[in-house]
Write a protein that binds this ligand. Structure first.
Ligand code: XMP
Ligand code: MG
Length: 178
């Protein structure tokens, strides 16, 4: 657990409720489209807790794969440079693909991933992000399904990290270095 008291921004109970609603919303959307199986691509590592809760709230079958994009390194400021560290293993051609991300910040990571994945000609390609910091956006990227919009804070918990730590914290809390 945490060694100091961070300010809770989104409590774990609120997260649970919202993720459940998102699961229902996503399931309904794809059922209406006639999709029979959703292809979920989690963006490592930050999305892993959100993804595991989300897929258990779906009422439509899914397959799951992961990719990993490098972002901040040891800083809380995005470099704007995105690198693909690990790619998906199987073809997404003609599949209904949903990218699951922890947070949209500048949008550089997602812009890169959209370009990378759309080149493989999926049937559809949508974005589900747990959090959104629209005030920091530098690109036109928008989430199709969104958990919470937040102000410009650096947050940790529920999969989000600082220096690869605090991912296990149950609520989303504001990280304030001292
Ligand atoms: P961009 O700027 O490309 O950033 O949209 C997306 C990635 O940056 C990380 N990120 C954060 N990670 N707390 C974190 O733990 C934050 O407040 C935060 N803001 C951005 C995150 O890895 C995301 O995938
Ligand atoms: Mg991160």
């Amino acid at each position: 657990m945490m060694s100091k008291d961070f300010k809770v921004l989104i409590h774990e109970k609120e997260i649970g409720k919202r993720v459940h609603e998102l699961g229902a919303q996503i399931s309904e959307h794809y059922k209406k489209k006639g999709a029979e199986c959703l292809y979920i691509i989690g963006v490592l590592k930050g999305s892993f807790i959100f993804l595991s809760d989300l897929v258990r709230s779906l009422s439509i079958p899914c397959e799951i794969d992961f990719l990993e994009a490098s972002s901040y390194g040891a800083s809380t400021v995005s470099s704007g440079e995105v690198k693909l560290v690990r790619d998906i293993r199987f073809s997404i051609k003609d599949r209904d693909v949903l990218i699951v991300e922890d947070i949209l910040d500048t949008g550089h990571t997602m812009e890169y991933l959209l370009k990378h994945l759309s080149a493989q000609k999926p049937k559809s390609l949508s974005i589900c992000s747990f959090l959104d910091k629209p005030s920091r956006r530098k690109t036109a990227v928008k989430a199709d399904f969104l958990g919470f919009t937040i102000d410009d804070h650096f947050v940790i918990g529920y999969g989000l990290d600082f220096n690869n730590r605090y991912r296990e914290v149950r609520s989303v809390v504001i990280y304030e270095p001292n």
